[in-house]
Design a protein around this ligand. Structure first.
Ligand code: ZN
Ligand code: ZN
Ligand code: ZN
Length: 141
């Protein structure tokens, strides 16, 4: 089983190597400056990657989403969560099994659903996600 080589955002790569745990990565589809990199499907990784593309500035500044054919105008502060919806990353409630498309709707769910109050989010990978495993796995397995 030879894993196909994929280009990965250096920060995602570093995190995977340091944690020794695999991560699900997605190909960046930002137009303008195509980078061809894969980035981990988490808010922190996506936010760092957007910064690398120069999508920065105060959260309340309007910006245009340049992901694929999307040209939606939204606030800079909403960009990360918006990109996560492009990746198809969802959040599942482990208590009742409800799947939410955004982290904030999950937060609202556990807030208003009594039995789910203490639930912690479970990530649901998007359809185009690919698993990136740390190189140490190849050496030992
Ligand atoms: Zn990129
Ligand atoms: Zn978009
Ligand atoms: Zn629930």
């Amino acid at each position: 089983m030879d894993p196909e080589f994929i280009h990965v955002d250096p920060r995602t790569l570093l995190r995977v190597e340091q944690s020794g745990q695999p991560a699900v990565v997605y190909r960046c589809k930002l137009q303008g400056v195509p980078c061809g990199l894969h980035v981990e499907g988490t808010a922190s990784a996506v936010s760092a990657h957007l910064r690398g593309h120069g999508i920065i500035g105060p959260d309340n500044i309007s910006t245009t989403c340049m992901w694929g054919n999307c040209s939606k105008t939204l606030k800079r502060g909403s960009m990360t969560r918006h990109i996560l919806t492009h990746l198809g990353v969802k959040v599942r409630c482990p208590v009742c099994g409800a799947v939410k498309s955004r982290y904030d709707t999950f937060r609202a769910h556990i807030k208003f659903s009594e039995p789910c109050h203490l639930a912690s989010a479970e990530m649901v990978d998007g359809p185009e996600g690919r698993v990136l495993v740390p190189t140490a796995w190849f050496a030992t397995n």
